[in-house]
Design a protein around this ligand. Structure first.
Ligand SMILES: C[S@@+](CC[C@H](N)C(=O)[O-])C[C@H]1O[C@@H](n2cnc3c(N)ncnc32)[C@H](O)[C@@H]1O
Length: 257
């Protein structure tokens, strides 16, 4: 990757944007093979404490990290086998905490009705939009795709069946607010919201929420290539606070109304 000198030096020159901590080579930044293969920008590990947008939910942000493509694809395959209420082309896919949009890009290659990414941090949302434009230009997107910059708990659900994707974006407080909002706005829409949850740290919050049925709970393995890539990236992190493993703990839930 060609690195702009202003960025390499912290981006302090007039007009230059400072890179978020975790995205500079000096922070141990390593590109994921997904980015090298497709010419997009989804790599990097940014701790939640560095993701300040000014929103009251900032302090519940876990981190930015792109999902392993193999885990994402395995979860969608598992979900499609779970007898969703309608065919996939009637579902809108919504990534709550979309980051730079890796899951959104992957979902746009599948025959959903539409794909939406919701991201709280404006710089990440901006990168996700650029990635979406590059993906479209390369002819990879099969369906309409858009990125909304805002809070997941305030997202207004479109009409019709939806599948929400969460890659451990926030802690319990936001998860509770999200579920409270869903139970109000999804009343009478049984089966119209399925939830795919990767690295399901707030599983307990879901277990306590009436109205959801769990369809799957277990480990989803990364492909060998993804396991090697994630291990290499996480071994290089500046603070050494995130661990890597060859699987993700995951769950799939269905809203019963
Ligand atoms: C672990 S990353 C997942 C990125 C993406 N979903 C993927 O799988 O590649 C979690 C993302 O959620 C975002 N996030 C955290 N809290 C949020 C909130 N309340 N609303 C929207 N996005 C949020 C973070 O800024 C971060 O980019």
């Amino acid at each position: 990757m060609k690195v702009d000198t202003k960025e390499k030096n912290g981006g302090t020159a007039k007009g230059a944007r400072r890179l978020l901590p975790g995205l500079a080579v000096g922070d141990g930044f390593t590109r994921h093979p997904f980015d090298l293969e497709f010419g997009v920008r989804t790599s990097g590990l940014i701790a939640g404490r560095h993701l300040k947008s000014g929103h009251r939910h900032d302090r519940h942000n876990t981190a930015y990290y792109g999902v392993a493509p193999s885990v994402f694809q395995a979860m969608v395959v598992r979900w499609r086998r779970s007898r969703p209420v309608a065919p996939i082309d009637e579902f809108t896919f919504v990534d709550l905490g979309a980051g730079m949009g890796r899951a959104v890009l992957l979902a746009s290659e599948m025959p959903f009705k539409a794909v939406v990414g919701v991201e709280l941090h404006p710089a990440l949302a901006r990168i996700a939009r650029k990635n979406a434009a590059a993906w479209r230009a390369a002819g990879r997107a099969l369906v309409p795709m858009r990125i909304v910059c805002g809070d997941a708990a305030e997202f207004r659900w479109p009409e019709g069946p939806c599948v929400a994707f969460l890659f451990n974006p926030f802690r319990a407080m936001v998860m509770r607010r999200l579920l409270k909002g869903w139970s109000k706005c999804l009343a009478g829409r049984a089966g119209e919201l399925d939830l795919l949850y990767v690295n399901n740290e707030q599983e307990r919050v879901l277990e306590r929420q009436a109205g959801f049925e769990r369809l799957f709970l277990g480990e989803v393995r990364r492909s060998r290539a993804d396991a090697i890539a994630d291990h290499r990236i996480l071994a290089n992190q500046a603070d050494g606070e995130y661990a890597s493993s060859s699987w993700e703990d995951c769950s799939i839930w269905r809203w019963g109304g």
